[in-house]
Design a protein around this ligand. Structure first.
Ligand SMILES: CC(C)(COP(=O)(O)OP(=O)(O)OC[C@H]1O[C@@H](n2cnc3c(N)ncnc32)[C@H](O)[C@@H]1OP(=O)(O)O)[C@@H](O)C(=O)NCCC(=O)NCCS
Length: 141
């Protein structure tokens, strides 16, 4: 197991995982453009294959998780938790991480709660297709 920064040559594989996860706004081109624009990304590797990835926007001592996804066949094996923990280990005390998640996305909500995130609010009708509320989470290291 290895967690490494996402490089431009990894974007295709990450895009496939995002597509499989129905994260339609995270095509390989969008991931590549985001990395070029300064978004930070980490990929989880096993046997020379990417099994999951996380994308974060970092501004000073605050970050936002923009996307996280794990290969469908490899879920519930701790991969997403390891990706988030890897990032938490790298930040300084006082750094805050924020994210939004669909209210019905139970696997993701469980993941964030298990990683220590606390609910700080809701945004009604934040998502489209289908329209759904967002839950806001925050973790302060
Ligand atoms: C959300 C997602 C990234 C979780 O990845 P994962 O590698 O399966 O998660 P982990 O195995 O690290 O699980 C972390 C914790 O969440 C819990 N969890 C994860 N999926 C769960 C599920 N389907 N039901 C209940 N609990 C779940 C795990 O039990 C684990 O708790 P534990 O520490 O007590 O064992 C994955 O389901 C996914 O790719 N979903 C599609 C994309 C998505 O919705 N991304 C988030 C929004 S951007």
């Amino acid at each position: 197991m290895l967690i490494k920064p996402i490089t431009l040559s990894d974007c295709h594989q990450c895009g496939l995982i995002a597509e499989q996860a129905n994260l339609t706004s995270w095509s390989s081109d969008k991931i590549e453009n985001s990395l070029n624009a300064g978004v930070m990304g980490w990929a989880y590797w096993e046997n020379n294959q990417i099994l999951g990835f996380i994308l974060l926007q970092v501004v000073s001592i605050e970050s936002e998780i923009l996307s996280i996804a794990v290969d469908q066949e490899m879920r519930q094996k701790g991969i997403a938790k390891k990706l988030i923990q890897h990032y938490i280990d790298s930040i300084e005390v006082g750094h805050k991480i924020f994210l939004e998640v669909r209210k019905t996305n139970m696997p993701a909500i469980k993941l964030y709660e298990k990683c220590g995130f606390k609910k700080i609010g809701e945004r009604p009708n934040y998502y489209q297709s289908p329209t759904e509320d967002a839950i806001l989470f925050q973790l302060e290291k």
